[in-house]
Design a protein around this ligand. Structure first.
Ligand code: ATP
Length: 606
């Protein structure tokens, strides 16, 4: 299916009101919107003619016997059919406008989200983002598309009132008496309901977060036998929602009977005043019947006024939240003079300092150079800044001080897409998509041939277990790849990075879940694949460190020692300490013989 780009964007001027900022989007679809509004106005004009025709039919054909009843009946049927057709078209165009607007809004928000830097995702909760890109977009869309249509429907009141005035002035005024009251009460009810419905939305979002965490974290919940606790937190959230819904029901049941019965009061008033007028010979029976219809016909638009005000309040709050995303600039963007060279792989950190957006200092005036083709293991205590090195090399974040360079070029001067295709990162908890294994490995190069995918899988030591799966490379892995063990997922992630053949490869604890014996087996192929490639390995295990030519030891965001494994072992007591704490205790693991540890098992062991 072809994808069309959004037809317009949101006005970037944050000083303007939310509606004015959204105007370019509405204008881009004005053809559809105006067609739907004109059609619904036409429909209303036809609709108000029907009671009038009933009036003439009763008065002429039934009371005065001066016309054929069938003529009026057919005319009414014809008008009703015409109105049905017009309403059908009006609704069709209105819904098309609504979904076109929603499509554009979704694409605008999503295009912005994918451009957001990592720091943004560190701050914002995924549940919150889901809600912004779901219900908030819908609330804005509803108001932009249905708002004008409700206004047009309210015009029916004006048209019908004019028509009633032309028939009988006093009775027209009587018929309209209850309408302003319905309007005012409708608005008051919505005002009373709005805070509660807002609370319901917020609590539903909270519940969604709890459910989301329960599902995402089900392995940890089960591993810690915390089902009871999780259920209690779920019940708490559900309870809060129940309370809010009860408040909503209380307000509605207080207001609705009044709002429902006011039109009946209108009918009674029309009957009594109209009845007197008929008895006195000032009007006809047909007029009373027609005015009855008008009283009933006019009531919904007046009630809609209240709804429109509420929709407006909700849309304004939703728009504010959406604009918050759109107004957050992406600080990691391409420099206008950025280049896209084929990199050799000389990677250098020159006096690099870096703090995460929350202020945590991760690197402190760090200096490190990796020559092209060199394999370096980074060792250090937890939180010493090892993983941060790879994230800065791929420019997931920008340094706070100093510079990261590749082949002497500052990474901020290299086009992001070029940089990221040439710096491959394999994290310790890789993310797999619920696609086939082939597609997961070929994620960075969707056009890769099956032979290349198999070759990468072989180098990563994944080919063997993949071939044993019932559908081999076409097996679809469960959501996030959870049908595979942790080590199997890691090997697929390594294959995914190797297939890209990047000149710089960062293995961030990427073999931590792979059983040592399996790791030993794939060492040969990994080593040959690392040859000629600059490889940075964040390592805890001796077996992994042995893949490297050189080892650096990190502490508190700095390099504190640099040398071969043997020289560090001999000269640097802190190196021995870090290794000892990482290696201990050797675990006589019955599962290890069969393969790797699953995610939950590893969590339990940690
Ligand atoms: N996204 C983040 N937001 C804020 N602080 C972070 C983030 N990621 C890491 N940190 C902090 O930055 C510091 C360095 O983290 P880093 O992940 O580089 O350490 P590490 O040496 O790889 O640790 P480990 O071996 O435990 O993975 C730590 O204090 C950590 O808490």
């Amino acid at each position: 299916m072809s994808r069309r780009a959004p037809k317009a964007s949101i006005d970037p001027d944050a000083r303007k009101s939310w509606l004015r900022r959204a105007l370019p989007l509405v204008k881009a679809h004005r053809g559809l919107l105006i067609t739907s509004l004109v059609l619904s106005f036409l429909g209303l004009i036809v609709q108000v003619q029907i009671p009038n025709l009933v009036r003439i039919g009763i008065d002429k054909a039934i009371v005065e016997h001066s016309g054929r009843l069938a003529t009026y009946v057919w005319a009414i049927v014809g008008l009703a059919l015409g109105q049905g057709l017009i309403n059908y078209l009006a609704r069709l165009y209105l819904l098309r406008t609504a979904y076109e607007l929603e499509y554009d809004l979704r694409n605008i928000v999503y295009a912005h989200l994918v451009r957001m830097p990592f720091g943004f995702y560190d701050r914002v909760q995924s549940g919150e983002l889901m809600s912004r890109s779901g219900s908030d977009i819908r609330a804005v869309q509803m108001y932009l598309s249905f708002g004008p249509s409700i206004l047009v429907q309210c015009l029916i009141a004006v048209v019908a009132f004019v028509l009633m005035l032309s028939i009988n002035v006093p009775l027209a005024i009587v018929a309209m008496v209850t309408m302003p009251i319905i309007g005012v009460l409708g608005v008051s009810m919505r005002k009373a309901i709005f805070p509660v419905s807002w609370l319901i939305q917020a609590r539903l979002a909270r519940l969604a977060t709890v459910v989301d965490e329960n599902i995402q974290g089900v392995r940890i919940v089960k591993a810690f036998a915390a089902e009871g606790r999780q259920l209690r937190s779920l019940a708490e959230s559900a309870d809060r929602i129940r309370w809010a819904y009860q408040q909503d029901a209380r307000i509605r049941s207080r207001w609705n009977p009044v709002l429902d019965n006011l039109p009946r009061l209108g009918l009674a008033l029309v009957l009594i005043v109209g009845g007197i007028l008929v008895i006195d010979g000032h009007t006809t029976i047909g007029t009373i019947v027609a005015f009855n219809s008008y009283v009933l016909m006019l009531q919904p638009p007046f009630r809609l006024l209240g709804m429109m005000i509420m929709m407006g309040q909700r849309a304004s709050a939703s728009a504010r939240r959406i604009y918050e995303i759109l107004d957050t600039p992406s600080d990691v963007v391409d420099d206008p003079q950025a280049v896209a060279p084929r990199l050799r792989g000389d990677l250098a950190f020159a006096d690099v300092s870096f703090a995460y957006p929350n202020g945590t200092v991760a690197l402190d005036h760090l200096n490190l150079t990796l020559r092209a083709g060199e394999t370096v293991a980074v060792v250090g205590g937890t939180g010493s800044g090892k993983s941060t090195l790879g994230r800065l090399a791929a420019r997931f974040y920008d340094v706070s001080g100093g510079a990261v360079t590749i082949d002497g070029i500052d990474v901020r001067k290299i086009e992001l897409s070029s940089l990221r295709s040439q710096v491959g990162i394999v994290p310790d908890e890789p993310f797999l998509f619920s696609l086939s294994i082939h597609d997961n490995i070929a994620y960075g190069r969707p056009d890769a041939a099956r032979a290349e995918v198999i070759d990468a899988a072989e180098a990563a030591g994944a080919a063997e277990f993949i071939e044993e799966l019932p559908e081999g490379y076409d097996s679809v892995v469960g959501e996030r790849g959870y049908t595979l063990s942790g080590g199997q997922r890691q090997r697929i992630a390594i294959a995914r990075a190797l297939l890209m053949n990047p000149p710089i490869l960062v293995l961030d604890d990427a073999t931590s879940a792979i059983d040592v014996t399996v790791e030993q087996r794939i060492h040969g192929s990994l080593k040959s694949r690392m040859r000629g490639r600059t490889t940075l390995i964040v390592a805890h295990r001796l077996s992994t460190i042995s893949l490297a030519d050189r080892v650096i030891l990190m502490a508190a965001g700095r390099v504190i020692a640099d040398g071969t494994h043997e020289s560090l072992l001999a000269s640097e007591p802190r190196y021995g300490e870090v290794l000892a704490s990482a290696e201990a205790p050797p675990d006589p693991d019955p599962g290890a013989a069969a393969g790797e540890l699953s995610g939950a098992e590893r969590v339990v062991r940690r």
